[in-house]
Design a protein around this ligand. Sequence first.
Ligand code: FAD
Ligand code: NAD
Length: 463
Amino acid sequence: MNELRCKVLVIGGGPGGYVAAIRAGELGLDTVLVEDGQFGGACLHVGCIPSKAIIHAADAAHALTEPLALNAIGLTLTAPTLDFAKTIAWKDAIVARLATGVGALLKKAGVRSLRGRATIVDGKSAIAHADTGDQRIVCEHLVIATGSEPMALEALPFDGEDVLSSTEALALTEVPKTLAVVGAGYIGMELGMAFAKLGARVTIVEALPRILPLYDPELTQPVARRLADLGVKTLVEARALSFAKGALKVAGPDGSETTVAADKVLVAVGRRARTAGLGLEKLDLAMAGPFIRVDARSATSMRNVWAIGDVTGEPMLAHRAMAQGEMVAEIIAGARRAFDHRAIPSICFTDPEVVVVGLAPEAAKAAHGEILVGVFPFFANGRAMTLQDDEGFVRIVARADNHVVLGVHAVGAGVSELSAAFALALEMGARLEDVAGTIHAHPTLSEAFHESALKALGKPLHI
Ligand code: FAD
Ligand code: NAD
């Protein structure tokens, strides 16, 4: 068997692994990256990018079906038609363009990339099973970045045809007439809303008492209202029991059974670490449940074996995987680094979008005692009105004693782009006065951030 020697071996070329490899290469470390599928991982091929492309297409299509909003700005249209196969081809072209970019970046950084499934032999070597034959790779540092895969329900196994994971749902070439979505978390809500806008009759089945249970209810109420406007039926405290062609059987909170019309069922009840067949048992690493346990440096329990991204558990977010990947490469190169970020922004790309950076009021109170909260609604923001969407608000949470900002949250159209400002404020240890003392351009949605700080300080201007 061929043998390849390197300083750093990265297994998995998703956002965690490819960023780790690029940074390691840039730092002059001899680096090999092995990827079983396609460089870019779940995020680029079946996750963040394809879902956001479909969400954009759904928003564009839906905007043309809102006569009242169109009439208000003087537009009248005849009924639009949608060629969904073309939408999917457009989405695939974006993915292909970005994937080519990832390949070019790896090459530019001097990373040796191999396509094939890697199995770990021990802490210093692995075998890549490539089309061209098996290759033994010996390294000084092993970085595990094998990501995650969709979790199935025992009662509803994926069949690739009718009962789908997000991967197959993002590749449908026709919009189903009826769609049942099991799980009202990130994926269920983002894709459920998008398919509703594309014309599917959607029913959401969630085990807990409300949608998006990971966020506080104040933030999710505008999303629940929009779901109702879109005609999406939501069944909470509900359990999917079984599926037979066209019908999903569901049990309600009292045990009573109903049947939901469903040409397709999207099961989105979480993702699990992708470690099957990796040979993890050879390392006997400390685990955190099904995930690899890591410390603040992303070090595992074995010296010079590192793990990053989804394989290390929640929050399963691409930007967190990338930040860990960059950090691990720098540590291997000799830097003193730790993953000590003040906050990891999370965004749900629903309509309206939800952004959470840092602590919500209840958690802030529990951790720091007395707090100040400032909420500024978009109905008082000129830019939101001109964009024909003034639902939602920005909420800032700060310590009462020294006004240090602990969290910023928002729900509203386009608020995903405000997340950078929120995260920067937290990372730099801003106080309410810093946000209030910054000139925010007019007219922009970001003025709601400024006004939320003014409000928390008891001196609002526009409300
Ligand atoms: P992955 O992206 O899963 O990459 C792991 C790679 O390792 C894969 O390419 C896989 O083929 C490879 N691999 C696995 N085992 C082996 C092996 N033995 N040998 C060789 N290669 C192997 N996150 C966000 O931040 N924002 C979003 O908007 C967002 N939207 C999402 C939408 C959907 C529908 C989904 C499913 C996920 C979304 N996510 C989003 C989550 C995001 O995709 C993940 O957090 C991110 O991809 C994790 O990166 P990773 O590098 O840890 O793993
Ligand atoms: P999730 O954890 O966000 O949501 C799963 C939902 O399913 C929860 O509301 C849960 O209560 C519900 N549920 C669990 N078991 C159920 C059952 N038997 N019946 C009905 N409901 C059930 O998981 P997801 O939506 O599958 O997303 C997976 C991961 O991907 C997330 O952890 C997230 O980090 C990542 N992701 C992120 C984004 C983003 O950043 N915008 C988008 C998509 C996915």
